[in-house]
Design a protein around this ligand. Structure first.
Ligand code: PLP
Length: 469
């Protein structure tokens, strides 16, 4: 039997779903965009019409018409007696692939490959004969690569030995493996809010109850709230991105790193620090890795943003005991990391400084260009300018980003709506715009965004939201 979404949960997750369209179309639109961007899973069952109409305080006719609309568009199939099941047209599963006609995919904040990549693969192919005499299943990572990752931390002031490093298939894999290793059902996980969407997916799939510590592009972390959540709710795990947080671009101050690290260690919360974005500095300068403040911190990293996403090489840096437990869990997921990519990564890590300098230049150019375009075309938006990272996190104040994402698709632009970065429909007025694209693409993207914002009907204005009293 497919999982049932309760009416209460759906009502919460829908957030501010109403738009200028009639209520049934607005409701159908919102369910569709949530299915497309992965907030609702294909195969799950929607609540009965009567229950949803009560939870949303709309007429049953509205819900019935919304369901009928979704059925007509083939996003819903209803079988008498077993309810209405969400489905992607043509039997697709998971997040919808981009239709051919969409020219611009702004759903990914990631850059094209580092120019030294072909040389790294050349080196890997030259080295490969030395490795062909063993069977090639490498669960822990090549000793030479683990040594290179360890040096990468030691150079940043965090003394590390190769046996404190486990090589993974990217940081996402590292996070899944750690969640399986650290977290047990029923426990809580502290997250930043907003956060990286696939971390939410991983934690939700594990059945975790999530505690949200607010982060904003302008003010950074609400550390007091984070401390209170750790003290009061004793999460077993916390997930943080102190450097150029995705999506806000914020960086955590050194004192706050130390304060949170020490508190978490005292209270028994294992902090997983994701450094995937840590080298994407434009003009901030180096800060110490959070793990220097506590040896209970587990760090994950990746070459995905610095070198190339297609490399699929990441790692976990943690205690030997934790890594041994992670290794025991690994075979259920995969049977090791490809050797050619590991060899290429040994070469690439020697060029860390060069890669970071190149990225810094590209990111600065992309950021400054996108900010200028937005000032020109959306002067009413108060755009916070991050000093690193890959994206702008914009409070549009009045525009629904789910509605905008839908109409942007019609304009050939794929966007991720703000609520994908949060829980229960939060961030509906926020938009993440990556600046990792070429000028022409950024410029075309802003034009598409402008057309889309006109067709969603809301005139962008600086009017703050009014409290309803
Ligand atoms: C914060 C963060 N963590 C992890 C990942 C996934 O990294 P990888 O490609 O190494 O799996 C990403 C990629 O977007 C990311 O932004």
């Amino acid at each position: 039997m497919n999982p049932q979404i309760s009416a209460r949960r759906l009502a919460r997750e829908l957030g501010e779903w109403r738009s200028h369209r009639s209520a049934y179309l607005a409701l159908a639109d919102r369910v569709r965009v949530m299915l497309i961007d992965g907030r609702l899973a294909s195969g799950s069952r929607l609540p009965a019409e009567r229950e949803l109409s009560a939870a949303l305080q709309v007429s049953r006719t509205t819900v019935a018409a919304a369901y009928a609309q979704l059925r007509e568009e083939r996003y819903l199939s209803s079988v008498r007696g077993s309810g209405s099941t969400l489905a992607l047209p043509d039997g697709q599963r998971g997040v919808v692939p981009l239709p051919q006609e969409l020219d611009l995919d702004f759903t990914k904040a990631a850059s094209a490959a580092y120019s030294g990549l072909p040389a790294a693969y050349q080196y890997a192919v030259e080295q490969l004969p030395n490795y062909l005499s063993h069977q090639g299943f490498d669960m822990q990572g090549l000793p030479e690569l683990r040594a290179a990752v360890a040096d990468h931390y030691s150079d940043r002031g965090l003394a590390t030995t190769p046996d404190q490093v486990l090589i993974t298939l990217g940081a996402q894999h590292a996070l899944s493996l750690l969640t399986q290793t650290i977290y047990s059902p029923g426990e809580r996980i502290l997250i930043e809010h907003p956060t990286y969407p696939h971390a939410i997916d991983t934690f939700m799939a594990a059945g975790a109850r999530l505690l949200a510590m607010p982060v904003t592009a302008e003010g950074g972390w609400d550390i007091a709230e984070g401390q209170m959540l750790i003290r009061r709710s004793a999460p077993s795990m916390g997930y943080l991105m102190p450097d150029f947080q995705n999506p806000t671009g914020a960086s955590m101050g050194v004192e706050d790193r130390e304060r949170l690290a020490r508190l978490a260690a005292r209270e028994g919360t294992t902090l997983v620090v994701d450094e995937t974005t840590a080298h994407l500095d434009i003009e901030r300068g180096a800060l110490p890795p959070m793990a220097v403040f506590s040896n209970r911190i587990v760090t994950i990293g990746s070459l995905g943003k610095l070198a190339w996403g297609g490399l699929r090489i990441g790692w976990i840096r943690g205690s030997k005991d934790l890594l041994a437990r992670a290794l025991r869990n690994r075979p259920a997921m995969d049977l090791g990391t490809p050797l050619v990519e590991q060899l290429a990564s040994i070469y690439l890590l020697r060029e860390t400084e060069l890669m970071a300098a190149n990225r810094s230049r590209e990111l600065r150019a992309g950021r400054d260009f996108l900010v200028t375009e937005l000032h020109k075309h959306f002067p009413q938006w108060d755009v916070q300018i991050p000093n690193g990272g890959m994206s702008l996190w914009i409070n549009t104040e009045t525009l629904s980003s789910s509605a905008l994402a839908l109409s942007a698709r019609a304009e050939g632009l794929a966007l991720v709506p703000g609520p994908r970065f949060g829980l229960e429909g939060a961030f509906e007025r926020f938009l993440r715009l990556p600046f990792t694209y070429r000028r022409e693409e950024l410029s075309e993207g802003v034009q598409a965004l402008l057309r889309a914002s006109r067709s969603v009907g809301a005139t962008p204005s600086r009017m703050p939201l009014q409290a309803v009293i």
